[in-house]
Write a protein that binds this ligand. Sequence first.
Ligand code: PEP
Ligand code: MG
Length: 546
Amino acid sequence: MVITHEPVKIKGQGISGGAAKGKLHFLVHRETRESGTGTPLSPEEELARLSSAIEKAQAQLSELYENTARTIGEKEAEIFRIHSMLLDDEEFRGTAENFISQGMNAVEAVRRSGESVAEIFRELGDDYLSGRAQDIKFISDRLCRILTGDGEAESDEPDEPYILVSDDLSPGETVRLDRRHLLGFVTFGGSANSHTAILARALGLPALIGTGEIDPIYDGESAIIDASRGELIISPGIGELDRFAGEVRKKEADEARLKSLIGRPTVTRSGKKIKLYANIGSPGEADAAYRNDAEGVGLLRSEFLYLSASDYPDEETQFTAYREAVAGMHGRPVVIRTLDIGADKKADYFALPEEENPALGMRAIRLCLSRPEVFKTQLRAICRASAFGKVLIMLPMIVSVDEVRKAKRIFVEVKNELRYECLAFDEDIRLGVMIETPASAIMSDELAREVDFFSVGTNDLIQYTLAADRQNPALEELCRDNLEPVMRLIEKATESAHANGKWIGICGELAADLSLTDRFVSMGIDELSVSPPTVLPLREKILGCH
Ligand code: PEP
Ligand code: MG
């Protein structure tokens, strides 16, 4: 530790919000590169060593997957499945085996193979594949550690609140960190799309990446990590400490105020009850929804099951996941959206043909109706989960009444099968559609006669109404400035729903825009569904609406 008199400010990229103050603690990766590089045994023996190290690594990864899925969520655990697949990657393993056949020992062979495969990924040049290069490094490090008997980076975590500083953090290290005293972390490298960054967000800790190397001389020094400003301030001065104290006071006051709203009904000043629900992307997130007092789940995006798999997920896998989400909400309703794969959400095993405009292509309900077996498997699993709580089903990307009728016929078949097999489900399960195409808003009167509820997917409704790709950041301003046509479509759908005695909610991102809440309430929206951390701020807003 050094005593510095001037604050040292280091810039990085904040990948989750918030700020924290504590001592810096450097986590030093032990060098495994040189160890185990002694005279090789025979190639047969080195190959056997490699194979048993891979087996051991697979066992570690599967344990990490199970633990993370249980404690954080399936989506966040997915990285360990990817590592597991990369371990069996032919290029990686085959190259290592070749090196061994040429007389190299297993550690050196793994290290060289890791470097060469990572280089191939990096050369492909996109962000996603560069992230995979990092994953290859993590798995080759894991194998080297097993082969040399070394552990992962030793951190000797302090017994007082600390900010972790590391050259890089593997997802395994991130989830295993003792979180009792951990305030936040800083890594020299890393990318915002990396799985470690995703895990950091799920842990809700302030994190800063890409700071470049920080001198370990600052180990033990007091510092402020401010992820919102993208800054690490080592040895902060009075000015920085004051600013931080102000932010902490404000955050605490905000949290206490919002916490006092837990258990309060979400009712406007004129007495209109709004259902305040949460959107979740995996069953693990139901816990956050419940803790933030969401009155239900307004959108469970079921894609997580399909995107994380290497083949169609079977009924049992899906049933278990849906049941977990339902159990996590303790009797509160859960709207499960049927598969919305296609466009930007791709899974190779669907073998979808290349499309010129995939967002306008074979996605969501279109795909389900063209592959009824896939759809039926999902509907069976959802129905079976309905025996464990209040489940509603919602169909995405609807453009016509005909699609709904086709889907309903399949739904009837599924229910008949379940009855025949004596499998329990809620006979009163409700079916709704998403209003996320202009066609569905325009046809909302006819649609409302077919279904029990609507939920507006504004993310897609905006892109299809304004012909503005939702993935294109250059069009964000255009979308923000031209919401009126979208609002009018929502109004139309609201009138149609109410004229037919049905309810309507909004589950797209606009639901979380507090500047629009008054308008949604006054047009008669019955339900709003937002991310779990936004539930209480939205309740506060609604309580103030007329
Ligand atoms: C939407 O389109 O608003 C929506 C909620 O669905 P997704 O974002 O999953 O397409
Ligand atoms: Mg959508």
